[in-house]
Design a protein around this ligand. Structure first.
Ligand code: URA
Length: 240
């Protein structure tokens, strides 16, 4: 999802379908407002969440939206799908417009999924250099042994993509249950890492993304808006 930052003069030329020269005159004549303030600077950087008006006419007014969803097993992390219900369809239609998914979960994975219309926020969370941690509870078909944690910490080489996974933390919670913390999201990463031990993942649940944990009161299939603090909290461990 691309960030939509643009220079004000470029935005106005496109939105009003007028040449830049005319845009300059418009700005100089004091007819343009950004977030209720007079805007004369054509270099001003604006994004999709600035309210922009010209001559009293609102050209754009859109507020950022942030949601956490408790994704159930069997619901697909997509905005459209012909076969399965999508996470977007868990929200009422009135809330869905402009939303995209921040990092996917497999069809048979449950847990915390984030949705937003703020591409800068989702990019900050998802860019590879951000190393945002994601915590999973993993139930396995076979018992865990002492070999797992060092192997996860050392990283595993996957020849198919020619990658070595970043150090991951594995904590044994019970004979067949582990808590795993990843700082990346390679294709089917957890299943493939346990696959190295020929140990099938029976259930996979994401409980945390960055500093944001799944609300315990949110039943599978339910959602809620993030608070302002939570929006910041999700970004808490970026780059660490
Ligand atoms: N690892 C997986 O294998 N699946 C997920 O959905 C997330 C991490």
């Amino acid at each position: 999802m691309e960030s939509k930052r643009a220079r004000l003069d470029r935005y106005l030329a496109k939105a009003l379908q007028i040449p830049r020269k005319q845009v300059r005159l418009l700005l100089m004549s004091g007819k343009v407002e950004v977030d209720g303030l007079l805007a004369k600077d054509m270099d001003l950087l604006i994004d999709e969440f600035n309210t922009i008006s010209c001559d009293g006419r609102v050209l754009q007014a859109c507020s950022p939206k942030y949601f956490m969803v408790h994704k159930p097993v069997g619901v697909v992390s997509a905005t459209k799908d012909d076969e399965h219900k999508t996470v977007l369809e868990l929200l009422p239609e009135a809330e869905r417009s402009g939303l995209h998914i921040v990092g996917r979960l497999d069809l048979n994975t449950s847990g915390l999924l984030l949705l937003t219309n703020d591409s800068r926020w989702s990019e900050a969370l998802m860019q590879p250099g951000a190393h945002v941690s994601k915590e999973y509870l993993v139930t396995l078909g076979n018992p865990l042994t002492e070999e797992y944690a060092p192997a996860f910490a050392a990283g595993m080489y996957f020849s198919f993509e020619d990658i070595t996974t970043a150090p991951a933390r594995l904590e044994v919670l019970d004979s067949h249950i582990a808590r795993v913390v990843l700082t990346e999201g390679k294709y089917h990463q957890i299943k493939r890492m346990f696959g190295r031990f020929r140990n099938p993942v029976v259930a996979l649940h994401r409980s945390r993304v960055g500093g944001l944990s799944l609300d315990e009161n949110l039943a599978p299939g339910h959602w809620r808006a993030l608070t302002r603090d939570e929006v910041q909290q999700a970004l808490r461990d970026i780059g660490s």
